[in-house]
Ligand binder design. Structure first.
Ligand SMILES: [Zn+2]
Length: 241
């Protein structure tokens, strides 16, 4: 099935929404309860099953999206890409910072919300990894670029977007730090420098980066860019109001 960027993004949003709802439903009854290590482990296992299913769905949608983009470029069939594996230990590690709050009596509502955001991030990384793997394995692509179909985009993500399609190594691709909980960014394949989904967003971000960081370098440049992004969001909000 051919998937446009818009359809792809909607599909991922639906997967994320359903998973978030399922995680909240699973965790809410335990909010007022102290959990033993054993109970926590069982709960992690149940969450993992939900995340793994959603991750597979996310990867499948990414596969359809990649193939659609490929088929618009080439006559040959797209390359085979395995679904990225996922393990309980990885999910457990991602959830570790929340363990004290989730196992305590009266878990804060915020901890449950954070847990669902981590779960959905892990799930959507299945889709992101699928695109990144397909790109890494193939010399006919320039790389992949980051694109946020659901702006406003945070300063961190916009900074990475402003770099354009530079990503084509396992080293950067495997970096979990690239995606934060609540992030709606996608990895999109780039076949040609002149045209890819999200190129306009990249050009805008690149322009903003150049303007905002003029005269700054290193950490100062990043901070200046962050401030410029926040100012821009504020302006956009007042225009919309
Ligand atoms: Zn993002």
């Amino acid at each position: 099935m051919a998937l446009t960027m818009n359809q792809y993004s909607n599909k991922q949003a639906g997967i994320v929404r359903r998973l978030a709802r399922a995680i909240l439903k699973l965790l809410s009854p335990f909010r007022a309860q102290t959990l033993t290590d054993q109970q926590y482990t069982v709960l992690i296992g149940q969450m993992y099953d939900l995340v793994d299913d959603a991750r597979r769905e996310s990867a499948k949608a990414a596969r359809e999206f990649f193939d659609s983009q490929w088929n618009a470029e080439f006559d040959q069939d797209p390359p085979d890409v395995d679904l990225p594996a996922y393990r309980t230990e990885w999910f457990e590690a991602a959830m570790q910072p929340l363990k004290p709050q989730l196992t305590s009596r009266n878990s804060p509502r915020d901890a449950i919300h954070r847990a669902s955001q981590i779960a959905t991030k892990e799930a959507e990384n299945g889709g992101r990894r699928t695109v990144i793997r397909a790109v890494d394995d193939n010399s006919r692509l320039i790389g992949w670029a980051r694109y946020d179909p659901e702006p406003p985009t945070c300063g961190f993500c916009l900074m990475l977007i402003s770099r354009g399609p530079v990503y084509k190594t396992r080293r950067t691709a495997g970096d979990q730090q690239l995606w934060h909980p609540g992030c709606t960014c996608k990895a999109v394949p780039v076949f040609s420098r002149d045209q890819w989904e999200g190129r306009d967003q990249y050009l805008d971000a690149d322009r903003l980066w150049r303007e905002a960081t003029r005269g700054w370098s290193g950490k100062n440049a990043i901070n200046a860019f962050r401030r410029a992004v926040e100012d821009k969001h504020r302006r956009d909000l007042s225009v919309a109001a």
